[in-house]
Design a protein around this ligand. Structure first.
Ligand SMILES: Cc1cc2nc3c(=O)[nH]c(=O)nc-3n(C[C@H](O)[C@H](O)[C@H](O)COP(=O)(O)OP(=O)(O)OC[C@H]3O[C@@H](n4cnc5c(N)ncnc54)[C@H](O)[C@@H]3O)c2cc1C
Length: 239
């Protein structure tokens, strides 16, 4: 690949995770994944990244002439700078691929969790799998993916691919609604990059409230249906 660029910035989503290391290898470029800020070029080329599930930062110095940066979603807010860069469509000729796709299996219905911009998640506070209808209803209304805490997946109330956190999927959606989840550090490690966090919990002392942008001290069994109703009314008023 040769487009003349010295620095290539890729979103670290599912596609970016697959593509960026390959592009870096083919260009013999230094690759930094998990970047959370644009490079500091005041003294070399330093990129700040998330390490240890977001518990620490690392400043990575890149010394190669070509560089590929994988930027975590929602780490930088868009800003108007008055630049005049042009957006160009890029249609690479990939030739004959070295990989043959023999079969594609979809994960199921609905929005895929790792790519979702909106996520409705619930934990042990929901008491049992029979109560997940209200989580799914709100997710359907919003066009969101569903997620859960680890014990919920371990007990078998929800599938393991919905488990978010340090040992599950790490997500950074625009909106993360967490109902009946205490906010243990291992859970937060996978969701604290979310742009806006809404927490619903009966316990006003639940640790999750410290990480929340909006907190509702209340019973998820009452709040989730009301939230769903309010969202449906709002959406209907927009049509
Ligand atoms: C090595 C390790 C790795 C781990 N990795 C992960 C991970 O990746 N992801 C993860 O999630 N956990 C992980 N855990 C487990 C984590 O420490 C917590 O135990 C877990 O997140 C708690 O799940 P929870 O919040 O659903 O349940 P609980 O801790 O039982 O909390 C339930 C919450 O629901 C609230 N509640 C109860 N009833 C209601 C109601 N009616 N309405 C509203 N709120 C209500 C309660 O006040 C409480 O805050 C890990 C633990 C270890 C040791």
């Amino acid at each position: 690949m040769n487009c003349g660029a010295d620095v290539i910035v890729v979103s670290q989503d599912q596609l970016g995770k697959a593509v960026a290391p390959r592009v870096a290898a083919s260009m013999e470029a230094g690759h930094v994944s998990g970047a959370i800020a644009l490079p500091d070029t005041s003294n070399g080329f330093i990129v700040k990244t998330n390490v240890f599930s977001g518990k620490a930062f690392a400043n990575v110095s890149v010394n190669t002439s070509k560089k590929v940066i994988s930027l975590l979603p929602n780490s930088i807010s868009p800003e108007s700078t008055g630049g005049n860069a042009e957006v160009e469509e890029f249609n690479p000729d990939l030739g004959s691929a070295g990989i043959t796709v023999k079969e594609m299996k979809t994960q199921g219905e609905g929005v895929l969790l790792p790519e979702a911009e909106l996520v409705v998640s619930a934990g042990r506070g929901l008491k049992g799998p029979e109560n997940w209808g209200m989580v799914e209803d709100l997710a359907n209304t919003l066009g969101a993916a569903t997620a859960c805490s680890r014990p919920v997946a371990d007990i078998g109330w929800r599938p393991h691919h919905e488990h978010v956190g340090q040992t599950g999927v790490a997500i950074r959606p625009n909106l993360y609604i967490a109902a009946g989840i205490s906010g243990a550090i291992q859970h937060l490690a996978g969701v604290n990059g979310s742009k806006t966090i809404v927490v619903i919990n009966t316990d006003s002392e639940a640790p999750f409230f410290k990480a929340a942008d909006y907190g509702i001290v209340g019973d998820a069994f009452e709040v989730l249906p009301k939230l769903n109703e309010a969202m449906r009314t709002f959406k209907a008023s927009q049509n």
